[in-house]
Ligand binder design. Structure first.
Ligand SMILES: NC(=O)c1ccc[n+]([C@@H]2O[C@H](COP(=O)([O-])OP(=O)(O)OC[C@H]3O[C@@H](n4cnc5c(N)ncnc54)[C@H](O)[C@@H]3O)[C@@H](O)[C@H]2O)c1
Length: 285
């Protein structure tokens, strides 16, 4: 799909109030697209709506929980009352859990599956059929992650959702190709967004683990704006899987060509986490 000039096109981005969603919505608006955006963060959404309007683009913004089937159904009805179909659908809204499998509660599983996986299913279920019906092609971007192919300890719940999103995207890609609709699973590495500050952390010294994660993400300093340019490129090239940062590309190479190294790294990392948790417990008393 040509993304150099998106005038007259409509793009939908979920989770657009912050981070990658915000940066992608603005990047699409700068290329001329009009935007449909949603998020549960109403204040953040309002700010992004203003930023898109300041670029001279039309914007339809709604407070919507992607995990909620009825809210997503109503959202789609509102959108399709205005336009026949969106041209670009970006299922981006997501959250993270940092915990070993044993420490992950069933409520954590419900929470993360609801947003990261069912949210993407809802986006595709309620918006793709109208893209097909309209018959003018388009593109679906589902935000997976490096954790969607490189599995590491303390991220089993997050990885489960991101592997699933990648698998679903690849399956859909075959089905939608005949309708001229591309599908890409975007797999970012470490992007400096507020996601780790908000993630659920279980086990060990939770405050310290969050602080270290926030510090690591901020030190990596790969901006969501830079990632958004990678997303536009992936749409243009109609990539199946788009590992965008250098570490994302390195791990994509490792899992395909050196899977034993991936398993070794996972075991080593998990052993370190177990040691640190033991130490935190000892210090706590
Ligand atoms: N930041 C990274 O390093 C990174 C790496 C790989 C993948 N990702 C993925 O990128 C996506 C965006 O993450 P981000 O880093 O920009 O995080 P972020 O926290 O900055 O943005 C996520 C947005 O999703 C919204 N959201 C959360 N739950 C929602 C719900 N139920 N309904 C609607 N909106 C909801 C949040 O309010 C927030 O505005 C996520 O799917 C995440 O898993 C992020």
């Amino acid at each position: 799909m040509n993304v150099d000039d998106l005038s007259g096109r409509w793009a939908l981005v979920t989770g657009a109030a912050s981070g990658i969603g915000r940066a992608t919505a603005l990047a699409l608006a700068r290329r001329g697209a009009d935007l449909v955006i949603c998020d549960i963060d109403e204040a953040g959404l309002d700010t992004v709506r203003g930023e898109i309007e300041a670029l001279g683009r039309a914007v339809l913004a709604r407070a919507v929980d992607v995990a909620d089937r009825e809210q997503m159904r109503a959202f789609a009805e509102t959108v399709h009352a205005e336009i026949p179909a969106v041209d670009i659908l970006v299922n981006n809204a997501g959250v993270a859990v940092s915990a070993t499998f044993v420490d992950t509660t069933l409520e954590d599983w419900d929470w993360i599956l609801g947003i990261n996986l069912v949210g993407v299913i809802h986006g595709c279920h309620f918006f793709v059929p109208r893209m097909i019906e309209r018959g003018a092609g388009g593109h679906v971007v589902n935000i997976s992650s490096t954790a969607g192919y490189f599995a590491v300890g303390t991220m089993s719940a997050y990885s489960a959702t991101k592997f699933a999103v990648r698998g679903m995207s690849e399956a859909m890609r075959g089905e939608l190709a005949v309708h001229g609709i591309g599908v890409t699973a975007v797999c970012p590495g470490i992007i400096d967004t507020p996601i780790v500050g908000k993630m659920r952390v279980r086990g060990g010294d939770e405050q310290e683990n969050r602080r270290l994660a926030v510090q690591a993400f901020s030190r990596r300093a790969y901006s969501p704006e830079r990632l958004a340019q990678g997303i536009l490129k992936a749409i243009r090239k109609n990539k199946v899987v788009a590992p965008i940062t250098p570490e994302a590309r390195l791990f994509w190479w490792i899992v395909r060509w050196c899977p034993w190294l991936a398993h070794w790294m996972n075991r080593r990392g998990s052993a370190r986490v177990a040691r640190e948790a033991e130490e935190a417990e000892r210090v706590a008393g």
